[in-house]
Design a protein around this ligand. Structure first.
Ligand code: 4AD
Ligand code: MG
Length: 430
């Protein structure tokens, strides 16, 4: 019977055949242990010399790291392994011999591993991070589908710049100038007026010269947008969604979280509601903590975000930022011109901002004024302004950065390990 490693629990005491790679190997004169991986999981294969044909034991003994094989064996329960099962091997058929695999079980530097990202992905830790990423994506679709949202795909090649013009990847669109999308939001607003509640999931691009553990040049964003939803309800959707994702990972990625050494107790209490703190109060709090480098009107840097997050054991919303440091489309506070109806969601444990969101301006005159103030070309935003001309409604939305969320939930230090092939300031290879 052909089986994958993940399926082995169904075949206890039965004989199965598994296609696998040799992740690692150890042997003595009488017994060999093969660490097998097949993408679905990792399992130890045990070969006892006296139980198999001589050439089978010799193959097992001489096999090299990352060689590919078909292994036949009997599935056994094994309480000592994290997976809970092992394979008592009766036959090993070599498919392809791997020579001089560069990533050995010893320690390697990050730059070396990044140069070998196409191979590094095979390692147990990277495998676990990719599985967590996949679970977050799966739970995202599940959450939004169950809550009446429609998936909509905004374009990647655009003429507009929702988040400001300084970080755009420009490209030629035949004779015209175009940019790689830095956010699908403006298009999602059009979609919300057609479909009510919508969400997108796709790549976004920021030509940001930032070299931090939170910044990628190309990252994936989930962008929900909702008609007839105002500021507070927008936050409620966010806390429900983030809690749902964390609880799904806890339920479906137990083995992966164990492999990553994640402190599960820090994730278990991530349930809605999340605390909220206003920008004004956050500034006061930072001054009390001795941060003299920040004044009202400044944007937070990561030390500030971390200091605020540290006083909560759940993600925290920082609300009502100054109008002048936020994008042109945000709805002003009804009683205050100087702040907007927005919130950033800051993850615990120093992982920083995972969501940016707001209520959007739905008044045509005010939005036109903002386009002008931000020196944006009214022709480019003509279609966006027209959304306010035909039955304009209050609406809100947000964007969750997938890689920062994966980093937080996995407990991985740097976002470069949370995407298969990271695009970093100095890296386009592999
Ligand atoms: O706060 P941002 O820039 O918000 C927007 O783009 C809105 N238009 C979203 C919306 O309301 N539909 O980005 C949203 C999130 C951030 O909170 C962060 O998690 C992630 O995207 N992000 C990045 N992740 C990795 N690398 C970068 N350079 C990122 N820039 C933003
Ligand atoms: Mg932001």
């Amino acid at each position: 019977m052909k089986a994958t490693i993940a399926e082995l629990p169904k075949y206890v005491d039965k004989e199965v055949k598994v296609g696998a790679w040799i992740a690692n190997k150890r042997s003595s004169g009488k017994i060999a242990f093969l660490q097998l991986r097949d993408g679905s999981g990792f399992v130890q294969g045990v070969i006892v010399k006296s139980d198999v044909a001589e050439e089978v034991f010799q193959t097992a003994k001489s096999i090299t790291q990352e060689s590919s094989v078909y292994v036949t064996g009997t599935v056994q329960k094994d309480e000592r392994s994290p997976f809970g099962y092992e394979l008592l091997v009766t036959n090993v058929e070599l498919i392809h011999t791997s020579t001089d695999y560069p990533i050995t079980p010893k320690e390697h530097g990050t730059e070396f591993l990044m140069d070998n990202r196409h191979l590094w992905l095979r390692s147990k830790r990277q495998h676990a991070v990719m599985k967590v990423r996949n679970e977050i994506i799966r739970a995202t679709y599940e959450f939004f589908n169950e809550n009446g949202f429609v998936k909509v795909d905004p374009p990647i090649l655009t003429g507009s710049a929702p988040e400001g013009t300084t970080e755009l990847f420009a490209t030629k669109y035949f004779e015209e100038d175009a940019y790689l999308s830095q956010s699908g939001q403006l298009y999602m607003e059009a979609a919300a007026m057609a479909l009510g509640k919508v969400f997108s999931f796709g790549p976004t691009f920021r030509a940001e010269k930032s070299k931090t553990r939170r910044h990628l040049i190309e990252f994936w964003m989930i962008e929900p947008e909702m008609a007839f939803v105002e500021f507070e309800e927008n936050l409620e959707v966010q806390e429900q969604y983030v809690s749902y994702v964390v609880q799904s990972v806890l339920k479906n990625c137990q083995l992966e979280l164990k492999t990553l050494g994640r402190d599960i107790s820090k994730l278990e209490n991530i349930t809605a509601p999340f605390p909220r703190i206003s920008y004004d109060d956050a500034i006061t709090f930072l001054h009390e903590k001795g941060f003299d480098d920040i004044e009202w009107g400044d944007d937070f840097g990561s030390p500030h975000e971390t200091a605020i997050a540290e006083s909560f054991d759940k993600p925290v919303f920082i609300t009502h930022y100054p109008t002048k440091i936020k994008p042109f489309y945000m709805q002003p506070h009804p009683e205050r011109e100087d702040v907007v109806l927005c919130a950033d969601l800051i993850a615990p444990e120093g992982y920083g901002e995972i969501i940016g969101g707001s209520e959007r301006i739905h008044d045509m005159d005010l939005l036109s004024k903002r386009v002008e103030e931000h020196q944006l070309d009214p022709e480019t935003y003509k279609w966006y302004l027209e959304l306010r001309q035909y039955g304009s409604v209050p609406h809100s939305g947000f964007g969750l950065g997938l890689e920062r969320t994966v980093a937080w939930i996995s407990g991985v230090e740097h976002v470069r390990e949370t995407i298969p092939f990271p695009r970093l300031l100095n890296r386009l290879y592999p």
